[in-house]
Ligand binder design. Structure first.
Ligand SMILES: CC(=O)N[C@H]1[C@@H](OP(=O)(O)OP(=O)(O)OC[C@H]2O[C@@H](n3ccc(=O)[nH]c3=O)[C@H](O)[C@@H]2O)O[C@H](CO)[C@@H](O)[C@@H]1O[C@H](C)C(=O)N[C@@H](C)C(=O)N[C@H](CCC(=O)O)C(=O)O
Length: 484
């Protein structure tokens, strides 16, 4: 006997409110509307179960909660499940049922935003109505909007996918953050393929160990992709082996890309300052690709994007032709200006050890003068990465200026002190605007300045309040002041 049989008997006799109309889903008691299903989620700051009464008062039709989570009877039916977050995402997919026909998601510590953007650009080039969803927001035909999260909350995500499909978008690429995967935000999304870029230290405030961080990322492969779906994995990363293993164990069609890649094999690459020339072997056919992007790491991102597009039906020829027209995602080693003496200033989103290391290493061969970096670390996030980033900047830059990133609720001076501890010889200028000004003012011929950490962002969060702040604007103003 199964529970569903009894549920059928009871609902057919009106003893179970199975025919009760449901108007929507909600996980926030403050915005519950009459007829909503309320999902009581155990969070980092609060437990949604303690808001069940409030949700019921606002008209919730039923509460979905972990077994035993509610301390009192909310007066409406309660459904218990071990995983209310997954239940929320799957029910959101029912409320917002339309999705683009072909969707891919990419995970990894760095490169997700570029891969999602490049995949969309390849589809654009192939004449397909395509969207990308991630850290820099939503980009689709006639739409370019900023978003708060890398992987949106499940209700927002399913509403968005439904809108995009309704507007005729057939292809979508999205970023799968480890938070998003762990919190089931992507559950219910019908993915055709998944990608993996690399793994490095990040979010150690959320994931207890790097192995658990990797495990969270692997949910993309073993919980979200259907068996047999392509898993496009960058093969030259130290974490590619366990990733391939996880993808194989999940029954996926593993397609590796890179020097060690068997699907797209990188035969040769020549790095130039603002372009990368690569030779890629696909089943014995050699494609010459002239990638118009700064940063040697973009070759890996471009290969993962091409792998995803080819694996979901785009011809290799079209994909490689599209790579030659790529535009870098906003704030990814983006050349923002040049001083009168030719010194170049880039803005980059690098806010974690691997990212900072990659960006500093990739400009070194093309810098005849000094590499100068302005950077900081965010508050209320992984504190362990602060000295690590300090050490990287001191080792790889000739001049390191430690400044504020988004201190959030933390004391900015304490964050800087933790970075400075390992950044021997670095200068400390707390005010980010002043730090950028000082760096631009010291530029000599042949220097390269990297303003790292905020990339595309247009706000700085200090003492819990967001102020307008743009590294792009500050760099341009400082260059103009210097020129004037
Ligand atoms: C730390 C974290 O990941 N928090 C996420 C988490 O929130 P939470 O469940 O912990 O929220 P909570 O405040 O503890 O509340 C628990 C529950 O009680 C509910 N509640 C709360 C108060 C109330 O009066 N009534 C009520 O019902 C809340 O709506 C929530 O459902 O689940 C929420 C729903 O999915 C997310 O919006 C929220 O992301 C916050 C905003 C966030 O800043 N997350 C960042 C860290 C994040 O996810 N970043 C990743 C990766 C970025 C990167 O790679 O660098 C991203 O994908 O963006």
């Amino acid at each position: 006997m199964k529970f569903s049989e009894f549920a059928d008997i009871l609902s057919s006799q009106g003893l179970l409110p199975a025919d009760r109309p449901i108007s929507g889903v909600s996980s926030d008691s403050r915005t519950v509307e009459a007829g909503d299903l309320f999902f009581a989620l155990a969070g980092v700051k609060a437990d949604g179960a303690s808001f069940a009464q409030e949700a019921a008062r606002r008209g919730a039709a039923a509460i979905i909660a972990r077994p035993g989570a509610l301390s009192s009877d909310p007066g409406v039916p309660v459904i218990e499940t071990d995983d209310p977050r997954r239940a929320l995402a799957l029910c959101a997919a029912r409320v917002f049922p339309r999705q683009p026909e072909t969707m891919v998601a990419v995970t990894g510590t760095s490169g997700k935003t570029s891969v999602a953007s490049f995949t969309r650009q390849i589809w654009d080039h192939a004449g397909l109505p395509a969207a990308s969803i991630g850290t820099t927001g939503v980009v689709a035909p006639g739409r370019d909007e900023y978003g708060e999260l890398t992987t949106p909350d499940p209700i927002a995500l399913h509403r968005l996918l439904d809108e995009l499909a309704g507007a005729g978008v057939t292809h979508a690429s999205m970023e799968a953050s480890s938070h998003g995967l762990d919190q089931r935000r992507l559950d219910g999304v019908r993915l055709a393929a998944g990608g993996f870029t690399n793994l490095g230290r990040d979010h150690m405030d959320y994931h207890p160990t790097i192995e658990e961080y990797h495990r969270a990322k692997m949910r993309l492969f073993d919980a979200l992709l259907p068996k047999g779906a392509p898993a496009v994995i960058f093969a030259d990363d130290p974490w590619s082996e366990p990733t391939e293993k996880a993808a194989k164990a999940a029954g996926l069609d593993v397609r590796t890309v890179g020097r060690k890649g068997g699907f797209l094999t990188l035969k040769r690459v020549e790095h130039e300052r603002h372009r990368q020339r690569a030779e890629v072997d696909v089943d014995g056919v050699i494609y010459e690709v002239d990638l118009p992007l700064a940063g040697d790491f973009q070759v890996a991102n471009a290969l993962v994007a091409a792998g995803l597009a080819i694996s979901t039906g785009t011809a290799a020829e079209t994909a490689f032709a599209a790579l030659e027209t790529l535009k870098g995602a906003s704030g990814r080693l983006e050349l923002v200006g040049t001083a009168g003496n030719g010194a170049q200033v880039y803005v980059d989103y690098a806010h974690k050890p691997d990212g900072l290391e990659n960006v500093l290493q990739s400009v070194r061969p093309f810098t005849t003068g000094r590499v100068i970096v302005v950077f900081g670390c965010g508050g209320d996030r992984d504190t362990g990465k602060r000295p690590i980033m300090g050490e990287i900047a001191a080792r790889l830059a000739d001049v390191a200026i430690v400044t504020d990133d988004n201190p959030r609720s933390e004391d900015p001076a304490m964050i800087r002190a933790a970075v400075m501890e390992a950044a021997s010889g670095a200068r400390e200028i707390g005010d980010r605007r002043e730090a950028i000004r000082a760096a631009v003012a010291m530029l000599e011929e042949g220097d390269t300045l990297i303003v790292a950490g905020k990339g595309h962002e247009t706000g700085q969060e200090i003492a819990g309040r967001k102020h307008h702040f743009s590294d792009h604007e500050e760099v341009r103003t400082a260059l103009a002041e210097r020129a004037g």
